[in-house]
Design a protein. Structure first.
Length: 197
């Protein structure tokens, strides 16, 4: 991710704000100040009464096991993307200014001159890493019958097989693999296979 400062320009006006209209944006911060920037931004949102446009601020972290006194383990976390926070907001001039002028913020991440929102799949992956989402996001791959795939998880991990049937509604595949010299059919979730290239 390469941050680009976005110049002060007019964004599309949004007449009515709803949480469903909001998108996630990546905001670049001074390194090691992510939590402080989050606190400053949340304070500015309250003081400037921007709760109807800026809905959530996250510092992407994941749990790690840290040793305490050399033997005991206690919960700790590490930043997934040091120097970045995520903000879910409806982007317009006012919300942009509130975030951009928060102490510690160095700019939005974006292509060209505008902040670029994250895709839903990217947000799901980050939330899963953070433990905020229980189910692992499914890679949106279009499997086809006769395609060769490698099983990446479960009791048949590392087996190579052929896709016999795609169950898109259940997000599973029926895969033919060879076990003990015989072709065997197994049903497996999309997330436990990858394409063989």
């Amino acid at each position: 991710m390469t941050p680009e400062a976005v110049p002060s320009e007019r964004f599309d006006e949004v007449s009515s704000f709803e949480s469903s209209d909001a998108k996630w944006y990546v905001v670049h911060t001074n390194t090691s100040c992510e939590q402080k920037v989050k606190e400053h931004l949340e304070h500015r949102i309250r003081v400037m009464e921007m709760e109807a446009q800026i809905f959530e601020v996250l510092v992407p972290t994941e749990a790690t096991a840290a040793k305490d006194q050399g033997t005991k383990k206690k919960g700790a976390s590490k930043k997934i993307y040091p120097g970045y926070i995520l903000v879910r907001m409806v982007l317009d001039d006012d919300s942009w200014a509130v975030v951009r002028n928060t102490p510690g913020v160095t700019g939005f991440v974006g292509l060209g001159r505008r902040p670029t929102p994250l895709q839903e799949k990217e947000v799901e992956t980050i939330r899963y890493q953070m433990g905020l989402q229980e189910t692992k996001p499914v890679a949106h791959v279009s499997f086809q019958e006769g395609q060769q795939v490698k099983i990446t998880d479960g009791p048949f991990s590392d087996f190579i097989g052929l896709v016999d049937k795609v169950h898109a509604d259940k997000k599973t595949l029926r895969v033919l693999i060879h076990i003990f010299g015989r072709e065997t059919s197994i049903e497996i979730p999309f997330v436990e296979v990858e394409e063989v290239t």
